[in-house]
Design a protein around this ligand. Structure first.
Ligand SMILES: [Zn+2]
Length: 115
């Protein structure tokens, strides 16, 4: 388990999350491709805010199953969340993590567009 620190571009939204970076996906669905997400999935309750929890916007579309959260000031896409198998799960944009080298991670291309 590693502790990761996430921040939006302007620094208003900051949180920490502990876990193991695995099962990462880069998805080609409309929202992931336009917002350039690289996703890692974790329980929403694993996100511990240092600041800015009330500084997040909400965006829903389509079935409105997922709530996409971005910084109100700088628009950085932080994570999305929704109920999955009875609990609230988050799809976290790991591009917001400090001190990780994306080129060293195993990232699977996911065909979300086909769903
Ligand atoms: Zn921001």
């Amino acid at each position: 388990m590693t502790l990761y620190k996430a921040s939006c571009h302007c620094g208003a939204v900051k949180y920490q999350i502990e876990g193991k970076l695995e099962n990462l996906i880069e998805c080609n669905c409309s929202i992931c491709s336009t917002r350039a997400h690289i996703l890692w999935f974790a329980p929403l309750s694993a996100i511990h805010f240092e600041s800015g929890e009330d500084h997040l916007t909400s965006y829903k579309f389509g079935s409105e199953h997922l709530n996409h959260r971005s910084c109100k000031t700088c628009s950085t896409a932080m994570f999305s969340h929704g109920e999955y198998e009875g609990s609230e799960k988050a799809g976290i944009n790991i591009r917001t993590f400090a001190d990780i080298d994306l080129s060293k991670l195993d990232i699977t291309q996911y065909d979300g567009k086909a769903l």
